[in-house]
Design a protein around this ligand. Structure first.
Ligand code: GCV
Length: 666
């Protein structure tokens, strides 16, 4: 008996309503039978169909095609494309690589698992090319087994500074490949202690094995890198990217590392951020640091993914000039075009830090001559710790759909990170993952929808949040239409509900410092992190207009003018960009203060309704899933009530303006 759930690769024994007719014989063409990814695809098809239909399909092989030489993101996407058609004698899966065959197999398995009509799904032929070249998960797992911002147990990669490889590792690879993930960073971006030794003999064998397992599912292995390795493990006294000794040390080190871990695809680097070392120490730019490493790993086909989360975390709250939101753009824009072609800048979706509502980072649409990747967070650091249900796919859809006005056409974030807008060499999307060694992988069972959904969306950004939610429920909880509708109905509004009872109108923060769960309106107000709401008895918000920090002007027009004006700025972001009186009228017709009261009461009430809706599923879903989510809802309601009452009381006490509806405020 496994000590973890199979989630969407369990398939289960639900034989009703499934059409076996077209599934007796499956022909795989385009990649050789001997390819190890194809072998895994065959295994998936046989085991999956057997579980679902009680019959193993006959697998036959068609012609192999000339393989695509993968040299960049575009060719990577081409190589992963697949086509499924119904032929007279068999169902045909064609691709140009093992990975394409694997994705086609998972497509077919999903169709059957969701009880969709196979004939309808493929009658006209279905061709799919992944939307994004790199579709990546970032683990913030530490080697002692803890996980930074982990809310679902401990790491399943590490115990006591050792790398663990077991059946769970392989099933994890299956599970994420099944939703289209093709790259994983297996250690925390804060690389300290034992993790700094990942690029030494101590871990090479295990990493090579791990890399092999992932590669057999089309997944590239990346490691987070300690920028100061030349000092910490090399014994040099510098990490200056222009220092010849430092460069020589890295050359030798990378030859060793890529020699020992042949499947290694590259590194993720957090430099000059929150106490991590970086090129700034030596008066060098971020480009100097990234390019030095990129030049060295180039001969091994390696990529350097460099994070843009670089800001001053020792700010003085009295200082109104320094604006953390500006930092990414200020630090990285001036060198647009200087980053070498195997560097990718990884940009958090918002300019601050994964708050429930932020504007899209102006680097996306600002940078034009640099490879870029979007970074989102499915670990619910600021969005309820996988206690509160918060389905994030609607938010990711908004981000991807955001028009940056960086070009006449194809100017959305989705266009940019797909590589289409600027013909970037590499691009993609990464998510800080929400997994751990809990039985159900993600703590709250419903948080699994974010893991499933991130993969599906990064593979096909056209999918709707609703389609993805429905697939998740059908594949892991129930096929009963009523149950599916009910759970999809819980997931879809959950982000908006979470936003309503937490911080209003884009202001963010107001969370308990350090843990980031629960309300603390002034928790970060007098701190060093650059995270302020600036509320006084007259108003609230940060002036980021041209009269304030000027952040709004980092956007392309017309976004800059829209955000710069309190009249034009969308309500949901207005306090991010402007300091406004409580009596300011929003587009909704409500005043700021009334909006705060109303949304908080509504958010609490709507969270209660979600919990009641879940309660009504007792007996209709697996007891373990029911109890898991129910227990989380109890905690969510406690949390939502605290948020509602504390925020409302705080602003009533500050403003002395009563609630128009006379509800109880403490
Ligand atoms: C991994 C925030 C989090 C940190 C995280 C950091 C980052 O500050 O609270 O835990 O560190 O972001 O993204 O690097």
């Amino acid at each position: 008996m496994k000590n973890y759930a199979d989630l969407w690769v369990g398939y289960g024994e639900r034989k009703a309503n499934r059409d076996c007719e077209h599934l007796k014989k499956i022909r795989l063409s385009g990649a050789p039978e001997s390819d190890c990814i194809v072998k895994n695809a065959v295994k998936e098809l046989k085991n999956g169909m057997k579980a679902m239909l009680d019959a193993e399909p006959e697998i036959v092989f068609g012609e192999a095609a000339a393989p695509v030489a993968v040299t960049d993101g575009k060719s990577l996407r081409e190589s992963e494309e697949y086509r499924i058609t119904i032929c007279d004698d068999a169902l045909s899966l064609e691709a140009r690589s093992g990975a394409g065959i694997l994705y086609a197999s998972f497509d077919l398995l999903r169709t059957v698992a969701c009880e969709r009509d196979v004939r309808k799904a493929y009658a006209e032929g279905k061709t799919v090319r992944p939307s994004n070249p790199l579709r990546m998960l970032n683990h913030w797992d530490n080697m002692d087994g803890s996980i930074e911002r982990g809310y679902s147990g401990e790491s399943f990669f590490y115990v006591d500074n050792e790398i663990v490889i077991d059946e769970r590792t392989r099933d994890y690879a299956r599970m994420i490949a099944a939703v289209g993930i093709n790259a994983v960073v297996i250690n925390n971006v804060n690389v300290k202690q034992a993790a700094s030794l990942m690029i030494t003999d101590r871990y090479f064998d295990k990493l090579a094995e791990l890399g092999r397992i992932f590669a057999e599912y089309g997944i590239r292995l990346f490691l987070s890198l300690n920028y100061a390795s030349s000092i910490e493990i090399g014994g040099l006294d510098s990490a200056d990217p222009l220092d010849e000794n430092v460069i020589a040390w890295w050359k030798e080190k990378m030859a060793e590392v890529f020699g020992k871990i042949p499947t290694l695809a590259g590194f993720l680097v957090k430099a000059d951020s929150e106490g991590r070392p970086g090129p700034f120490t030596y008066g060098r730019t971020q480009a100097d640091g990234a390019n030095m490493l990129a030049d060295i790993v180039k001969e091994y086909g390696g990529i350097i993914i460099w994070r843009c989360f670089v800001y001053n975390c020792r700010q003085d709250w009295r200082d109104r000039k320094t604006d953390r939101a500006r930092a990414g753009y200020d630090n990285f824009m001036p060198m647009d075009g200087d980053y070498h072609d195997n560097v990718i800048l990884q940009i958090k979706n918002g300019p601050m830090d994964f708050q429930i509502r932020e504007p899209v980072s102006p680097l996306l649409g600002g940078l034009r001559r640099t490879n870029q990747m979007l970074e989102v967070q499915i670990a619910q650091e600021y969005t309820g710790h996988q206690i509160d249900v918060c389905y994030l796919i609607p938010e990711f859809k908004e981000i991807l759909g955001f028009k940056t006005y960086c070009s006449e056409s194809r100017d959305t974030v989705a266009d940019i990170v797909s590589g289409e807008t600027f013909g970037s060499r590499y691009s993609g999307i990464a998510a800080v993952t929400n997994t751990g060694n809990d039985f159900n992988w993600t703590g709250n069972y419903l948080a699994g929808a974010n893991l499933f959904g991130f993969g599906r969306l990064s593979f096909d950004t056209e999918l709707s949040a609703e389609q993805i939610a429905e697939e998740f429920v059908r594949m892991t909880i129930s096929q009963d239409d009523e149950v599916v509708r009910t759970i999809v109905g819980i997931l879809l509004p959950s982000r908006e509900i979470y936003e309503k009872y937490t911080s209003p109108l884009g202001i963010g923060w107001m969370v308990t410092p350090a843990t980031h769960y629960g309300c603390s309106v002034d928790g970060y107000e007098y701190d060093r992190w650059g995270t302020y709401h600036r509320a006084d008895h007259l108003g609230i918000g940060v002036d980021r207009s041209d009269k304030g920090t000027g952040y709004a002007l980092q956007y392309n027009e017309p976004n800059a003018s829209i955000y710069n004006s309190p009249e034009k700025c969308p309500d949901e972001l207005v306090l991010f960009f402007h300091h406004l009186p409580y009596t300011h009228k929003l587009h909704s017709g409500k005043t700021v203060i009334q909006h705060i009261y109303d949304t908080h009461f509504e958010g609490l009430e709507e969270a209660r309704k979600l919990a009641e809706t879940w309660d009504a599923l007792k007996g209709k879903v697996d007891d373990a899933i029911f109890d898991n989510v129910r227990e989380r809802f109890e905690r969510q309601l406690f949390n939502a009530r605290e948020w509602c009452d504390q925020v409302n009381s705080y602003f009533f006490r500050k403003s002395a303006i009563p609630d128009e509806k006379g509800r109880q405020i403490w």
